[in-house]
Design a protein around this ligand. Structure first.
Ligand SMILES: Cc1cc2nc3c(=O)[nH]c(=O)nc-3n(C[C@H](O)[C@H](O)[C@H](O)COP(=O)(O)OP(=O)(O)OC[C@H]3O[C@@H](n4cnc5c(N)ncnc54)[C@H](O)[C@@H]3O)c2cc1C
Length: 517
């Protein structure tokens, strides 16, 4: 996937079938759906793929136990179905994870045990493991870090887990593999219209400043928390439909929660659930649900959210986690759809919303990463309808995601490249420097930087260290430490000068500040 080659297609194609604005889970899913059905598809992302919310998830491919408790059976059934499909279609980026739910009263053990058995039954043939009610002794064997005073036992259930930013990237590659075009650093600045109907976009390549007028038969707005900005490009009087809600995660060393199980805390002091999940040899703890009025590309954690996580996680662990133990903090904004009169985002529905404007602009928002494929299908079906195109059958239910491979060896540090892993290893053989680790505490090697530049459209240090490899999200200090090395390797590969390197380093160091406590 090479940006230069893909940009050239903008000059050769006179009209696209579908243009998608936004390169997060929803937009990329739509690009895969449309291109694999054979439509001429173009996706434009303002920054990098998954720069927005889609790299900042809790990394769960799940039905949502909490939504079951809220009685949203339809959403849970749909998400469990999608969970099953994603685990099959992207095995290199997903895995099944056992979760422990510790309880401190007898009746709750049965309450949660029965609830989670129903959760498993709802996944039907796509079940990924049987829910079991277990004793306190077994819990402590699985998760010795859990505090034992008053522990009455608990429940083990199974859910999925994934690498969100890498899935986003692999979806972009899948769209391109299927004949589509997906471009990062391409901002949509306006909607092209004829007779009041939207028939394309105006866009700017933010790396070169070059502008484009691009025609299409339909346009999908999949811009997450930025949905209202695009709706207002369409109609300045359009009222806001998105109510953003912020969630933060703290990342700590694996020693604070050793073992292969994750933990779900069923009731925090604001009545939500909290997860502690092993991920690439660290533990992610999160998340929060805080309504916010300001929408930023780099949202920052609030002090009250940080305190909330410490307070709740430390009620369940033997050893207290402190600020000094946090290696990274990352924050995302949920694009929740407004409910008139409701201010509490925690109870707002997580279902997706699709709407078609008078201009034929199709907007899709809300939902979850887990349900991106279903959302994409709905968005594309609507785009075909307004664009008066023949409706071809959606094939993504069984479409392998780029990198799909038969067997995944999760002990291989490059396993998440899937079918591309061998090529990354061959690349490492070409230059002794590319075989070296980027940082002594991580398995990442130089070849991954070169691979990211050559084949994964990485344009900045941030693209590499935040999303092609996940070091910024795992240990922000370590990411800053190896940034000069990454800058040098990228500059050599991309033919950039010293000034570019220095600017990149300044930008990345400033950005990384926001990932440190
Ligand atoms: C804290 C948190 C935890 C979560 N955890 C989970 C989880 O564990 N599992 C799960 O299934 N879901 C989870 N979710 C939900 C999931 O992450 C989101 O539903 C999903 O990522 C939203 O994707 P999106 O594509 O709609 O939005 P985004 O990822 O924000 O993508 C929108 C994109 O549009 C681009 N854009 C905006 N304006 C323009 C423009 N003018 N031109 C071009 N591009 C533009 C932006 O740059 C952005 O990249 C979580 C969400 C949060 C906030």
């Amino acid at each position: 996937m090479q940006r230069g080659e893909l940009i050239n297609r903008l000059d050769t194609e006179t009209e696209w079938d579908i243009i998608i604005i936004g390169g997060g889970a929803t937009g990329l899913g739509a690009a895969v759906d449309a291109s694999s059905r054979g439509y001429k598809t173009l996706l434009l992302e303002r920054f990098d793929f998954a720069k927005g919310t889609s790299s900042r998830a809790t990394k769960l491919v799940h039905g949502g136990v909490r939504y079951l408790a809220q009685g949203n059976i339809k959403l849970v059934m749909e998400a469990l179905h999608e969970r099953g499909l994603l685990l099959k279609n992207a095995p290199h980026l997903t895995r099944t994870r056992p979760f422990i739910l510790p309880v401190y009263s007898w009746w709750k053990k049965w309450y949660y045990g029965i609830g989670l058995k129903i959760y498993d039954l709802m996944s039907g043939k796509l079940s990924i493991g049987k829910t079991r009610i277990i004793s306190a002794k077994t819990i402590l064997q699985y998760a010795p870090a859990i505090g034992q005073t008053g522990l009455r036992g608990g429940v083990v259930y199974f859910d999925g887990q994934f690498d969100d930013a890498r899935l986003a990237l692999n979806l972009a590659q899948t769209a391109v593999d299927n004949g589509g075009v997906a471009l990062n650093y391409m901002r949509v600045t306006g909607l092209r219209k004829e007779g009041g109907k939207c028939n394309g976009v105006y866009a700017e390549d933010t790396l070169t400043g070059k502008t484009f007028e691009i025609k299409s038969r339909s346009v999908i707005n999949a811009t997450g928390v930025f949905t209202d900005d695009v709706l207002q490009m369409d109609d300045q009087l359009q009222h806001h439909i998105v109510s953003p809600s912020q969630g933060i995660h703290l990342v700590v060393d694996r020693k604070f929660f050793p073992g292969s199980h994750a933990m779900m805390i069923p009731e925090t002091d604001d009545g939500r659930v909290l997860f502690a999940v092993p991920w690439y040899d660290k533990i992610i703890i999160g998340t929060t649900d805080t309504p916010v009025s300001e929408i930023s590309f780099e949202p920052r954690p609030l002090e009250e959210e940080i305190e909330f996580i410490f307070r709740n996680i430390n009620r369940y662990l033997n050893s207290g986690i402190t600020r000094q133990d946090v290696q990274a903090v990352f924050t995302g904004l949920r694009p929740l759809v407004k409910v008139p009169g409701q201010k509490n985002t925690a109870v707002m529905p997580r279902d997706h919303t699709v709407m078609v404007s008078k201009s034929n602009l199709v907007t899709i928002t809300g939902g979850k990463w887990t349900t991106y494929r279903k959302m994409a299908k709905v968005a594309v079906d609507n785009a075909l309808f307004v664009g008066k195109m023949e409706r071809k059958t959606c094939v993504t239910g069984s479409l392998p995601v780029h990198g799909w491979c038969d067997e995944v060896n999760s002990d291989d540090p490059l396993h998440y490249y899937g079918a591309d892993a061998e090529a990354v290893k061959r690349l490492a053989e070409e230059n002794p420097v590319w075989k070296e680790k980027l940082h002594e505490c991580f398995p990442y090697i130089g070849a991954q930087v070169i691979w990211a530049v050559r084949y994964e459209m990485a344009m900045t240090i941030e693209d590499v260290l935040a999303r092609r490899i996940r070091m910024l999200f795992l240990d922000a200090h370590a990411a800053v430490q190896c940034a000069p090395r990454v800058a040098l390797m990228m500059a050599e590969e991309m033919g950039k000068d010293e000034i570019w390197q220095q600017e990149q380093l300044r930008n990345f160091t400033a950005l990384a500040e926001g990932y440190l406590l």
